[in-house]
Design a protein around this ligand. Structure first.
Ligand code: NOJ
Length: 568
C-alpha cells in the first residue's frame, strides 16, 4: 500500500505529562522526575509513542513553569539533570520519544537576561525585551491574559519605563526583533536536541512577532477584526513566519528526526498550512484553539453557554479542520490539556451513570480521527473536573488574576466561581489518581493542589483490574489504531451532518474502510446507518458497551455508545 508522506509522528499517539501532578517521589507534595521515571512502565503499557512533558526548567513558578529563569537547568523541585538523562534513556529504551516545552515568547522576570535588561536603558540586554520609555506617555493598550488590570504594560521605576508582558508581569515578552535573542533561542534548542530529545511543543509561538510600531488597537477594530480577543491580534505579527522559517533553517533542518508541535492561539484554519506545509520549511504540526471556544457563552469569563454546545457545530468544526490537512500538512487533535478543564467534564458527562461510556466515546473519537491524537494524563482513566467551590483552593494564576480583575469591576464573584467549576485550568491539574489511598498514591503528604475525592473509585489500580475500564479500552483502541492504517492515513468523510446526537464518519484508505458511529448523548438513540453504506458488509470491531441492538442497518445506540465497524 503506498502512502504519501508517511511519517512516524503521524502514526504515533501523544501522551502529555504534567510533571507537577503526575507522581511525587520525595514526599514534598509536588510531582517530580524520579516519580515520573517510576511510572514509565505504566506509560509504556498505554501504547503511546511520544511524551510531551510540560516545563521542568528552573523557574520561580509564577505560571507553573511557563516562566523560565534558566533554559538549560532543571528546576530543583523536579530533580536534576541526571534525573532528566535517566528519564530520556528510560523512555527511549521503551521505544517512546520525548518532546519538551519550548517557552520563548517570554521568560521569567528572574531570568538573567531580564535582570540585566531592567537595570539601565543602555544595558547590553536592554533590547532582549520590549520597553517603552515613560516620557512618551502611556503605551498603546495591550491586553494581558494574567493581570489584575488586564494591562500588558508594566511600569518599572528603575528605568522609568514600561515593559511588555502578554502573560503575567513575571513573564516579560522577549524581543524577537533582536537577532541576538533569536540566536540565543536557537542555541538553547540545539542544547536540548543534542542531548537527544525528539523535538518541542512550542508555547504561544503564534505571538512571538510584534508590530513594534505599536499601533493603537481601537475597541472598534478589536471587535470587528479580532473578535474582541487580543489573541487574534497577537497572532498576526508581521514577521512570525520569517522567524519560524529561520528557526527551521538554523536548527530544525539539522535534526531531521525531530518533531515540532506549535501551540497556535488566535490562528484560523485558513492560516494553518502556513505553519506546517512541507514546502514552507517551518514546523510539523500545530494545535488550534477553535474547538476549545465551543460551548462558552459570550458573557463572562469561561462561562458555560446555558444551551451547551451543539453537536452539529462540533462536527462541522472538526470536519473543516480535517479538510485543512486533507491533502497537505498534518494536524493534531485533542479535547483537553493542562490549559483546559477535563475532557470528560467538558465534552462527555461525568455523572456516575455516564462517566465510563462517555470517557470511552471521547477516547474513540480522538483515536479514529485523521490527525495525531494528544491525550492529557488522566484522561485515559476518565478523570473529572474537581469543581472547587472556594477561591482558596485555586492555585492557577489565570483564575486568581481574573478573580481580582472582576472584583475590581464589582462583578458577580459567586458566578465566576461557578463558571470556574466548568472552565478552570486547575480542574485538569489535580494529582494523577494512581490508587484509592488518601493522596491517591500521588504523594505521602499534602499535595500542592487538592486530590479529587473521586479517586476512591476513579484510579489506575482499580481500572487495571477491570477489563471494561476506560483505561483498558484506551489501550485496546491505541492498538486498534496501529493495526488499522486507514484510521491513521485514511480519508475522512462525515455523514448525517445535522444529526444532533450521532457523529458518524468513515475512514477510507484505498479499498479498506472503517465506519465510526458515536452517540454523543445521554439518550438511547435509534439510528439508521447511512444508505450509501448499505451495500457493504459490516464487521463490528469495537464497541464500548456490551449490548447493542442491531437489525440490518437499524441500530439502537446506548447513551454514549461508540461503535467501530470494518466495512467490506
Ligand atoms: C500556554 C501554556 O500552555 C499555558 O499554560 C501558559 O500559561 C501560557 N502559554 C503562557 O506561557
Amino acid at each position: 500500500m503506498h502512502i504519501k508522506d508517511k511519517e512516524w509522528w503521524k502514526e504515533t499517539v501523544i501522551y502529555q505529562v504534567y510533571p507537577r501532578s503526575f507522581k511525587d517521589s520525595n514526599g514534598d507534595g509536588i510531582g517530580d522526575l524520579p516519580g515520573l521515571i517510576s511510572k514509565l512502565d505504566y506509560i509504556q503499557s498505554l501504547g503511546v509513542g511520544l511524551v510531551w512533558l510540560n516545563p521542568i526548567y528552573a523557574s520561580p513558578n509564577d505560571d507553573n513553569g511557563y516562566d523560565i529563569s534558566n533554559y538549560e537547568a532543571i528546576s530543583p523541585t523536579f530533580g536534576t539533570i541526571a534525573d532528566f538523562n535517566a528519564l530520556l534513556a528510560g523512555l527511549h529504551s521503551r521505544g517512546i520519544k520525548l518532546i519538551m516545552d519550548l517557552v520563548v515568547n517570554h521568560t521569567s522576570d528572574e531570568h538573567a537576561w531580564f535582570i540585566e535588561s531592567r537595570k539601565s536603558r543602555d544595558n547590553p540586554y536592554r533590547d532582549y525585551y520590549h520597553w517603552w520609555p515613560a516620557e512618551k506617555g502611556k503605551p498603546p493598550h495591550r491586553y494581558s491574559f494574567f493581570d489584575k488590570k488586564g494591562d500588558a504594560w508594566q511600569y518599572d521605576p528603575a528605568t522609568d519605563s514600561y515593559y511588555l508582558h502578554y502573560f503575567s508581569n513575571k513573564q516579560p515578552d522577549l524581543n524577537w526583533e533582536n537577532p541576538k535573542v533569536r540566536k540565543e533561542v536557537y542555541q538553547m534548542m540545539k542544547f536540548w536536541l543534542d542531548k537527544g530529545i525528539d523535538g518541542f511543543r512550542l508555547d504561544a509561538i503564534s505571538y512571538i512577532s510584534k508590530d513594534t510600531t505599536w499601533p493603537v488597537v481601537s475597541k472598534k477594530e478589536l471587535a470587528e477584526k479580532y473578535k474582541n480577543d487580543f489573541s487574534y491580534f497577537y497572532s498576526k505579527g508581521p514577521k512570525l513566519h520569517e522567524y519560524l522559517h529561520e528557526m527551521n533553517r538554523e536548527v530544525l533542518q539539522h535534526y531531521p528526526n525531530a518533531v515540532t508541535i506549535s501551540e497556535t492561539p488566535g490562528i484560523e484554519k485558513e492560516e494553518a498550512l502556513q505553519f506546517v506545509h512541507v514546502d514552507r520549511q517551518e514546523l510539523h504540526m500545530l494545535y488550534h484553539f477553535k474547538g476549545m471556544e465551543l460551548g462558552y457563552s459570550k458573557e463572562g469569563f469561561k462561562r458555560p453557554d446555558p444551551n451547551g454546545y451543539s453537536l452539529p457545530a462540533f462536527k462541522k468544526l472538526y470536519t473543516e479542520w480535517n479538510d485543512v490537512f486533507a491533502k497537505e500538512g498534518w494536524g493534531t487533535i485533542y479535547l483537553g490539556n493542562h490549559d483546559q478543564p477535563r475532557m470528560l467534564s467538558r465534552w462527555g458527562n461525568d455523572a456516575p451513570e455516564f462517566r465510563v461510556p462517555s470517557s470511552k466515546l471521547l477516547i474513540t473519537f480522538l483515536l479514529t480521527m485523521r490527525a495525531t491524537p494528544i491525550f492529557y494524563n488522566g484522561d485515559e482513566l476518565g478523570m473529572a473536573n474537581i469543581k472547587f467551590e472556594d477561591i482558596q483552593d485555586y492555585r492557577d494564576i489565570e483564575t486568581l488574576y481574573m478573580y481580582h480583575f472582576l472584583q475590581a469591576q464589582n462583578e458577580d464573584l459567586e458566578q465566576f466561581i461557578k463558571d470556574q467549576q466548568f472552565g478552570a485550568r486547575d480542574n485538569s491539574r489535580t494529582p494523577f489518581q494512581w490508587d484509592a489511598t488518601a493522596c491517591a498514591g500521588f504523594t505521602t503528604c499534602d499535595p500542592w493542589i487538592k486530590v479529587n475525592t473521586d479517586h476512591a473509585f476513579i484510579n489506575k489500580e482499580a481500572q487495571d483490574a477491570d477489563g471494561n475500564s476506560p483505561l483498558n479500552y484506551f489501550r485496546h483502541l491505541v492498538q486498534l489504531r496501529k493495526d488499522h492504517l486507514e484510521l491513521i492515513y485514511g480519508d475522512y468523510k462525515m455523514y448525517d451532518a445535522e444529526h444532533k446526537q450521532i457523529y458518524t464518519y468513515t475512514r477510507t484508505l484505498e479499498k479498506t474502510a472503517t465506519l465510526i458511529i458515536l452517540n454523543f448523548s445521554n439518550d438511547l438513540v435509534p439510528y439508521t446507518i447511512p444508505k450509501e453504506l448499505h451495500k457493504k458488509q459490516f464487521q463490528l470491531i469495537s464497541n464500548n458497551e456490551t449490548s447493542l441492538q442491531q437489525e440490518e442497518h437499524e441500530l439502537t445506540l446506548l447513551p454514549w455508545q461508540a461503535l467501530i465497524f470494518k466495512l467490506k
